[in-house]
Write a protein that binds this ligand. Structure first.
Ligand code: 8Y4
Length: 284
């Protein structure tokens, strides 16, 4: 059994759910074409998330939404390098969201503590890129590829299939020489799943995840929230917090969220209900 995660410079306690704040470094309509401004905005956002109580940050420079455009290694690195640099000494571990072994190597060299690969370290060279670093690895399930994954995904038994995929994926990492205490598994909400699949996975999270590795749950603002609330992404705060809490109640160890302050509040209140003896100072 695990109680901690080896995460680069950090040894993280998993006794309470950790909150991973999302820092996107993809061009938007305001900062388009101004790399310095874009990086400065992302760093400021990350610092704000830390103030709000984020336990770690996930920095991503490659849009992974359904239908997203591919990005080159150099472009992805140009986006995230100054953000890693700017947040490296902010006191929390940095995860980097990438599928590219060359970006993994550069990020680890620059001080990243965790690699979050939505393709599950399946690219040629991905295992070699992470093996000898002390970084944590998040291995996520995805059916298909981002461009086409939402075209009518079908599972015979979604809970059993993803449970087996994650178990096999973890074993593949172990066989490559990666220690168990570096591994985190993730069912990959929204990645090649219908709304019904996503809720089945969340409902049955303990069965999906097993007890051998810690789990990461990313449901923040996703279409599974929109499907139930009828709201666009910008108005999915309440639904996202409810879904994150549902994950925490079912044993999720890391919650990947946009809305750190509200998620931290929800976890604090839940912790006070569950453990009255630690009410108030459950978090620093
Ligand atoms: C609105 C906002 C609608 C965001 C959709 C989205 C996960 C992840 C993503 C996840 C892990 C996203 C990089 C998708 N989701 N990494 N990354 N787990 N480990 N979509 O669930 O946020 S990006």
């Amino acid at each position: 059994m695990f109680a901690t995660l080896q995460c680069g410079r950090f040894q993280l306690s998993l006794e309470r759910p950790l909150v991973m704040g999302i820092v996107n470094v993809t061009p938007d309509s305001f900062s388009d074409g101004n790399a310095h401004f874009q990086a400065a905005q992302a760093v400021a956002h990350g610092l704000r998330l830390i103030q709000e109580g984020a336990d770690m940050l996930d920095i991503g420079g490659e849009s992974t939404r359904p239908g997203a455009q591919a990005v080159s290694v150099d472009e992805e690195w140009r986006r995230i390098q100054p953000v890693i640099q700017g947040l490296r000494d902010s006191g929390v571990p940095l995860s980097v969201d990438t599928c590219k072994p060359a970006v993994m190597r550069r990020a680890l060299q620059a001080g990243a503590d965790m690699i979050n690969d939505i393709s599950g370290f399946t690219a040629s060279g991905a295992l070699d890129a992470v093996r000898d670093a002390g970084c944590a690895l998040c291995l996520m399930h995805m059916r298909g590829e981002p461009r086409t994954m939402q075209q009518d995904p079908v599972y015979d038994d979604v809970v059993a299939e993803i449970r087996d995929y994650l178990a096999a994926g973890a074993q593949r990492l172990r066989d490559a020489g990666i220690a168990a205490e570096r591994i985190v598994l993730d069912p990959g909400f929204g990645f090649g799943k219908t709304v019904a699949h996503n809720y089945a996975l969340l409902r049955h999270l303990p069965q999906v995840m097993g007890a051998d590795y810690p789990s990461l749950v990313g449901v923040s603002r996703k279409s599974m929230i929109g499907a139930v609330t009828g709201r666009p992404a910008a108005q999915r705060l309440g639904g996202s917090v409810a879904a994150a809490l549902a994950g925490a109640v079912r044993g999720a160890h890391i919650l990947r969220v946009h809305d750190v302050a509200d998620t931290v509040d929800a976890l604090r209140v839940w912790a006070a209900v569950e453990q009255p003896h630690v009410e108030q100072g459950v978090r620093a």
